[in-house]
Design a protein around this ligand. Structure first.
Ligand code: KG4
Ligand code: ZN
Length: 337
Protein backbone atom coordinates (compact mmCIF):
# COMPACT_ATOMS: atom_id res chain seq x y z
CA UNK A 1 0.00 0.00 0.00
CA UNK A 2 1.25 3.50 -0.83
CA UNK A 3 2.41 5.66 2.10
CA UNK A 4 1.05 9.21 1.89
CA UNK A 5 2.43 11.83 4.27
CA UNK A 6 1.10 15.35 4.77
CA UNK A 7 3.95 17.59 5.93
CA UNK A 8 3.95 21.00 7.60
CA UNK A 9 6.88 23.43 7.97
CA UNK A 10 6.57 26.64 10.02
CA UNK A 11 9.93 27.08 11.77
CA UNK A 12 10.75 30.60 10.58
CA UNK A 13 9.03 32.88 8.07
CA UNK A 14 7.71 30.46 5.44
CA UNK A 15 4.45 28.56 5.89
CA UNK A 16 4.67 25.41 3.82
CA UNK A 17 2.61 22.25 3.30
CA UNK A 18 3.48 19.27 1.12
CA UNK A 19 2.17 15.85 0.22
CA UNK A 20 4.73 13.07 -0.23
CA UNK A 21 3.85 9.60 -1.51
CA UNK A 22 6.46 6.83 -1.28
CA UNK A 23 9.31 9.36 -1.41
CA UNK A 24 7.87 11.35 -4.36
CA UNK A 25 6.60 14.90 -4.00
CA UNK A 26 2.95 15.27 -5.08
CA UNK A 27 2.75 18.92 -3.98
CA UNK A 28 4.94 21.42 -2.12
CA UNK A 29 3.40 24.83 -1.47
CA UNK A 30 5.12 27.73 0.25
CA UNK A 31 3.61 31.00 1.46
CA UNK A 32 6.37 33.53 2.12
CA UNK A 33 5.99 36.55 4.40
CA UNK A 34 6.79 39.92 2.84
CA UNK A 35 5.99 41.66 6.13
CA UNK A 36 9.63 41.24 7.34
CA UNK A 37 11.33 42.87 4.33
CA UNK A 38 11.58 46.38 5.68
CA UNK A 39 12.75 45.26 9.15
CA UNK A 40 16.05 43.76 7.99
CA UNK A 41 15.23 40.38 9.58
CA UNK A 42 12.38 38.17 10.73
CA UNK A 43 10.12 39.69 13.42
CA UNK A 44 9.01 36.63 15.48
CA UNK A 45 5.60 37.96 16.52
CA UNK A 46 4.70 38.97 12.97
CA UNK A 47 5.91 35.59 11.70
CA UNK A 48 3.66 33.57 14.01
CA UNK A 49 0.64 35.73 13.16
CA UNK A 50 1.26 35.24 9.43
CA UNK A 51 1.59 31.45 9.97
CA UNK A 52 -1.80 31.45 11.67
CA UNK A 53 -3.34 33.21 8.69
CA UNK A 54 -1.62 31.00 6.09
CA UNK A 55 -1.56 27.48 7.47
CA UNK A 56 -5.11 26.36 6.65
CA UNK A 57 -5.26 27.74 3.07
CA UNK A 58 -1.73 26.48 2.26
CA UNK A 59 -2.52 22.97 3.54
CA UNK A 60 -5.84 22.95 1.72
CA UNK A 61 -4.10 23.88 -1.54
CA UNK A 62 -1.34 21.29 -1.03
CA UNK A 63 -3.94 18.53 -0.64
CA UNK A 64 -5.90 19.71 -3.68
CA UNK A 65 -2.79 20.07 -5.84
CA UNK A 66 -1.65 16.57 -4.88
CA UNK A 67 -4.98 15.25 -6.18
CA UNK A 68 -5.58 13.13 -3.09
CA UNK A 69 -8.43 12.78 -0.63
CA UNK A 70 -7.91 13.62 3.04
CA UNK A 71 -8.70 9.99 3.82
CA UNK A 72 -5.62 8.93 1.75
CA UNK A 73 -3.25 10.57 4.27
CA UNK A 74 -1.49 7.97 6.45
CA UNK A 75 0.36 10.34 8.79
CA UNK A 76 1.15 14.01 9.38
CA UNK A 77 4.76 15.18 9.86
CA UNK A 78 5.65 18.60 11.27
CA UNK A 79 8.74 20.62 12.20
CA UNK A 80 9.26 20.41 15.96
CA UNK A 81 12.37 22.61 15.92
CA UNK A 82 14.80 24.27 15.91
CA UNK A 83 13.22 27.60 15.04
CA UNK A 84 11.16 30.47 16.40
CA UNK A 85 8.95 29.20 19.19
CA UNK A 86 5.86 31.19 18.19
CA UNK A 87 6.18 30.00 14.58
CA UNK A 88 6.78 26.37 15.58
CA UNK A 89 3.74 26.46 17.87
CA UNK A 90 1.43 27.20 14.95
CA UNK A 91 2.61 24.20 12.88
CA UNK A 92 2.77 21.90 15.90
CA UNK A 93 -0.75 22.77 17.07
CA UNK A 94 -2.14 22.40 13.56
CA UNK A 95 -0.48 18.99 13.08
CA UNK A 96 -1.68 17.75 16.47
CA UNK A 97 -5.24 18.80 15.71
CA UNK A 98 -5.12 17.23 12.25
CA UNK A 99 -3.74 13.93 13.59
CA UNK A 100 -6.37 13.84 16.32
CA UNK A 101 -9.27 14.60 14.02
CA UNK A 102 -8.16 12.05 11.39
CA UNK A 103 -6.94 9.49 13.93
CA UNK A 104 -3.60 9.14 12.14
CA UNK A 105 -0.01 9.05 13.51
CA UNK A 106 1.87 12.26 14.30
CA UNK A 107 5.56 12.47 13.31
CA UNK A 108 7.91 15.12 14.74
CA UNK A 109 10.79 16.27 12.56
CA UNK A 110 14.09 18.01 13.24
CA UNK A 111 14.33 20.87 10.72
CA UNK A 112 18.09 20.41 10.23
CA UNK A 113 17.75 16.70 9.51
CA UNK A 114 15.01 17.56 7.01
CA UNK A 115 17.26 20.01 5.12
CA UNK A 116 19.78 17.18 4.64
CA UNK A 117 17.13 14.57 3.78
CA UNK A 118 15.92 16.84 0.96
CA UNK A 119 18.64 15.02 -1.01
CA UNK A 120 16.60 11.81 -0.76
CA UNK A 121 13.53 13.21 -2.52
CA UNK A 122 13.10 11.43 -5.84
CA UNK A 123 11.96 13.50 -8.79
CA UNK A 124 9.38 11.52 -10.78
CA UNK A 125 10.74 12.63 -14.16
CA UNK A 126 14.46 12.84 -13.50
CA UNK A 127 14.60 9.66 -11.42
CA UNK A 128 17.63 11.20 -9.70
CA UNK A 129 20.15 9.17 -7.72
CA UNK A 130 20.23 9.70 -3.96
CA UNK A 131 23.34 9.78 -1.72
CA UNK A 132 24.90 6.65 -0.28
CA UNK A 133 26.06 6.42 3.35
CA UNK A 134 28.09 7.71 5.07
CA UNK A 135 27.03 11.07 3.64
CA UNK A 136 28.64 14.41 4.49
CA UNK A 137 26.44 17.48 4.15
CA UNK A 138 27.20 21.20 4.50
CA UNK A 139 24.00 22.76 5.83
CA UNK A 140 23.99 26.51 5.30
CA UNK A 141 20.93 28.62 6.03
CA UNK A 142 19.84 31.82 7.73
CA UNK A 143 19.87 30.13 11.12
CA UNK A 144 22.46 27.35 10.78
CA UNK A 145 25.89 26.54 9.45
CA UNK A 146 26.93 22.97 10.11
CA UNK A 147 28.80 20.04 8.68
CA UNK A 148 26.68 16.96 9.29
CA UNK A 149 27.54 13.30 8.95
CA UNK A 150 24.69 10.93 8.13
CA UNK A 151 25.24 7.22 8.74
CA UNK A 152 21.68 6.40 7.69
CA UNK A 153 18.57 8.43 6.91
CA UNK A 154 17.86 8.94 10.59
CA UNK A 155 21.32 8.84 12.20
CA UNK A 156 22.95 12.27 12.09
CA UNK A 157 26.02 13.68 13.81
CA UNK A 158 27.26 17.30 13.85
CA UNK A 159 30.97 17.47 12.97
CA UNK A 160 31.21 21.27 12.84
CA UNK A 161 28.99 24.16 13.84
CA UNK A 162 29.10 27.95 13.83
CA UNK A 163 30.22 29.48 17.08
CA UNK A 164 28.30 32.72 16.37
CA UNK A 165 26.42 33.82 13.23
CA UNK A 166 25.20 31.57 10.43
CA UNK A 167 26.41 31.99 6.83
CA UNK A 168 22.99 33.28 5.76
CA UNK A 169 23.14 35.87 8.55
CA UNK A 170 26.50 37.04 7.21
CA UNK A 171 24.86 37.62 3.81
CA UNK A 172 21.78 39.26 5.36
CA UNK A 173 23.54 41.48 7.92
CA UNK A 174 26.28 42.67 5.54
CA UNK A 175 23.58 43.13 2.90
CA UNK A 176 21.63 45.35 5.26
CA UNK A 177 24.74 47.53 5.69
CA UNK A 178 24.78 47.98 1.90
CA UNK A 179 21.09 48.91 1.89
CA UNK A 180 19.58 45.59 0.72
CA UNK A 181 16.21 44.38 2.03
CA UNK A 182 15.93 41.12 3.99
CA UNK A 183 16.85 38.47 2.95
CA UNK A 184 19.87 39.94 1.16
CA UNK A 185 21.46 36.65 0.00
CA UNK A 186 19.69 36.35 -3.36
CA UNK A 187 20.30 40.03 -4.28
CA UNK A 188 24.00 39.82 -3.35
CA UNK A 189 24.31 36.64 -5.42
CA UNK A 190 22.78 38.39 -8.44
CA UNK A 191 24.86 41.57 -8.22
CA UNK A 192 28.08 39.65 -7.48
CA UNK A 193 27.90 38.16 -10.97
CA UNK A 194 28.95 41.53 -12.43
CA UNK A 195 31.56 42.32 -9.76
CA UNK A 196 35.23 41.52 -9.15
CA UNK A 197 35.61 39.04 -6.28
CA UNK A 198 39.23 40.11 -5.70
CA UNK A 199 38.42 43.86 -5.53
CA UNK A 200 38.42 43.89 -1.71
CA UNK A 201 39.60 41.39 0.83
CA UNK A 202 37.85 40.69 4.10
CA UNK A 203 38.96 38.79 7.16
CA UNK A 204 38.62 35.04 7.40
CA UNK A 205 38.20 33.63 10.90
CA UNK A 206 40.66 31.36 12.61
CA UNK A 207 38.47 28.72 14.21
CA UNK A 208 39.63 25.29 15.22
CA UNK A 209 38.43 21.95 13.87
CA UNK A 210 35.42 21.99 11.60
CA UNK A 211 33.66 24.90 13.31
CA UNK A 212 32.75 28.20 11.66
CA UNK A 213 32.58 31.86 12.69
CA UNK A 214 31.05 34.78 10.79
CA UNK A 215 30.71 37.57 13.34
CA UNK A 216 34.29 38.82 12.75
CA UNK A 217 33.62 39.14 9.02
CA UNK A 218 30.48 41.17 9.72
CA UNK A 219 32.43 43.56 11.99
CA UNK A 220 35.28 43.77 9.49
CA UNK A 221 32.79 44.61 6.73
CA UNK A 222 31.09 47.25 8.91
CA UNK A 223 34.36 49.04 9.76
CA UNK A 224 35.60 48.75 6.18
CA UNK A 225 32.46 50.49 4.87
CA UNK A 226 32.57 53.11 7.63
CA UNK A 227 36.17 54.05 6.76
CA UNK A 228 35.57 54.17 3.01
CA UNK A 229 32.34 56.18 3.34
CA UNK A 230 34.23 58.74 5.38
CA UNK A 231 36.38 59.45 2.29
CA UNK A 232 33.59 59.05 -0.25
CA UNK A 233 29.92 59.13 0.82
CA UNK A 234 28.95 57.37 -2.44
CA UNK A 235 31.42 54.50 -1.92
CA UNK A 236 28.77 51.79 -1.57
CA UNK A 237 26.78 52.92 -4.58
CA UNK A 238 29.90 53.14 -6.77
CA UNK A 239 31.29 49.76 -5.68
CA UNK A 240 28.23 47.65 -4.93
CA UNK A 241 28.90 44.84 -7.40
CA UNK A 242 32.55 44.51 -6.31
CA UNK A 243 31.53 44.60 -2.64
CA UNK A 244 28.96 41.83 -3.25
CA UNK A 245 31.42 39.70 -5.22
CA UNK A 246 34.22 40.10 -2.65
CA UNK A 247 31.92 39.43 0.32
CA UNK A 248 30.40 36.38 -1.37
CA UNK A 249 33.83 35.05 -2.30
CA UNK A 250 34.96 35.35 1.34
CA UNK A 251 31.89 33.54 2.70
CA UNK A 252 32.08 30.78 0.07
CA UNK A 253 35.80 30.26 0.73
CA UNK A 254 35.20 29.95 4.49
CA UNK A 255 32.51 27.33 3.83
CA UNK A 256 34.33 25.30 1.20
CA UNK A 257 37.66 25.24 3.09
CA UNK A 258 35.93 23.48 6.00
CA UNK A 259 33.97 21.15 3.74
CA UNK A 260 37.20 20.00 2.10
CA UNK A 261 38.78 19.55 5.54
CA UNK A 262 35.81 17.43 6.67
CA UNK A 263 36.04 15.24 3.60
CA UNK A 264 39.79 14.75 4.00
CA UNK A 265 39.51 13.98 7.73
CA UNK A 266 36.64 11.52 7.41
CA UNK A 267 37.64 10.05 4.05
CA UNK A 268 34.04 10.54 2.89
CA UNK A 269 33.52 11.61 -0.73
CA UNK A 270 29.73 11.32 -0.78
CA UNK A 271 29.07 15.06 -0.36
CA UNK A 272 26.11 17.44 -0.41
CA UNK A 273 25.13 21.02 0.32
CA UNK A 274 21.72 22.12 1.58
CA UNK A 275 19.79 24.99 3.16
CA UNK A 276 18.93 28.46 1.84
CA UNK A 277 22.54 29.51 1.17
CA UNK A 278 23.08 26.38 -0.99
CA UNK A 279 21.05 28.32 -3.61
CA UNK A 280 24.09 30.61 -3.96
CA UNK A 281 25.50 30.30 -7.48
CA UNK A 282 29.10 30.85 -6.42
CA UNK A 283 28.88 28.17 -3.70
CA UNK A 284 27.28 25.77 -6.19
CA UNK A 285 30.06 26.44 -8.76
CA UNK A 286 32.79 26.11 -6.11
CA UNK A 287 31.62 22.70 -4.87
CA UNK A 288 31.14 21.49 -8.45
CA UNK A 289 34.77 22.24 -9.31
CA UNK A 290 35.91 20.67 -6.04
CA UNK A 291 33.91 17.56 -6.86
CA UNK A 292 35.73 17.22 -10.18
CA UNK A 293 39.13 17.77 -8.60
CA UNK A 294 38.56 15.56 -5.56
CA UNK A 295 36.39 12.87 -7.11
CA UNK A 296 33.38 13.65 -4.93
CA UNK A 297 29.98 12.16 -5.63
CA UNK A 298 28.26 15.53 -5.27
CA UNK A 299 24.61 16.29 -4.48
CA UNK A 300 23.24 19.79 -5.04
CA UNK A 301 19.52 20.25 -4.33
CA UNK A 302 17.06 21.72 -6.83
CA UNK A 303 16.64 25.42 -6.08
CA UNK A 304 13.06 24.82 -4.90
CA UNK A 305 14.39 22.50 -2.19
CA UNK A 306 17.16 24.76 -0.85
CA UNK A 307 15.12 27.22 1.23
CA UNK A 308 12.56 26.18 3.83
CA UNK A 309 9.86 23.88 2.41
CA UNK A 310 7.57 21.14 3.65
CA UNK A 311 8.66 18.54 1.07
CA UNK A 312 11.87 18.02 3.06
CA UNK A 313 9.78 17.57 6.22
CA UNK A 314 7.69 15.05 4.30
CA UNK A 315 10.65 12.93 3.16
CA UNK A 316 11.99 12.87 6.73
CA UNK A 317 8.48 11.90 7.87
CA UNK A 318 8.36 9.12 5.30
CA UNK A 319 11.52 7.48 6.68
CA UNK A 320 10.25 7.83 10.24
CA UNK A 321 6.92 6.34 9.18
CA UNK A 322 8.70 3.30 7.74
CA UNK A 323 10.45 2.85 11.10
CA UNK A 324 7.22 3.40 13.07
CA UNK A 325 8.69 6.44 14.86
CA UNK A 326 5.56 8.27 15.94
CA UNK A 327 4.96 10.77 18.69
CA UNK A 328 2.17 11.43 21.20
CA UNK A 329 -0.22 14.35 21.57
CA UNK A 330 1.81 15.64 24.54
CA UNK A 331 4.61 16.78 22.19
CA UNK A 332 5.75 20.42 22.42
CA UNK A 333 7.93 22.43 19.98
CA UNK A 334 11.62 23.01 20.71
CA UNK A 335 13.22 26.33 19.75
CA UNK A 336 16.60 24.61 20.25
CA UNK A 337 16.35 21.04 19.08
O1 KG4 B 1 17.01 27.66 4.71
P1 KG4 B 1 16.43 29.02 4.73
O2 KG4 B 1 15.27 29.31 3.81
O3 KG4 B 1 15.91 29.42 6.15
C1 KG4 B 1 16.54 29.09 7.32
O4 KG4 B 1 16.34 27.95 7.82
O5 KG4 B 1 17.29 29.97 7.79
O6 KG4 B 1 17.63 30.05 4.44
C2 KG4 B 1 17.43 31.43 4.33
C3 KG4 B 1 18.79 32.08 4.10
C4 KG4 B 1 18.76 33.61 4.16
O7 KG4 B 1 19.79 34.04 5.00
C5 KG4 B 1 19.04 34.03 2.71
O8 KG4 B 1 19.71 35.26 2.58
C6 KG4 B 1 19.89 32.88 2.23
O9 KG4 B 1 19.31 31.73 2.81
N1 KG4 B 1 19.90 32.75 0.77
C7 KG4 B 1 20.98 32.98 0.00
C8 KG4 B 1 20.60 32.78 -1.34
N2 KG4 B 1 19.29 32.41 -1.33
C9 KG4 B 1 18.88 32.40 -0.03
N3 KG4 B 1 22.24 33.35 0.34
C10 KG4 B 1 23.11 33.52 -0.65
N4 KG4 B 1 22.82 33.36 -1.95
C11 KG4 B 1 21.59 32.99 -2.35
N5 KG4 B 1 21.31 32.82 -3.64
ZN1 ZN C 1 15.86 26.07 7.16
Amino acid sequence: MAVTILAIESSCDDTSAAVIRDGYVLSNLIAGQDVHKSYGGVVPELASRAHQANIVPVTDQAIRKAGIKISDINAIAFTRGPGLLGSLLVGTSFAKGFALSRNIPLIEINHLQAHVLAHFIIDREKKNATPGFPFLCLLVSGGHTRILLLRSHLEMETLGNTIDDAAGEAFDKCGKLMGFQYPAGPAIDELAASGNKKAFSFSKPVVGGLDFSFSGLKTNFLYFLRDRIRDDPDFIMKNKADLCASLQYTIVTILTDKLVKASVETGIREIGISGGVSANSSLRDAVKSMALKRDWNLFIPALSLTTDNAAMIGIAGYYKYLRGEFTGQDITPLARY
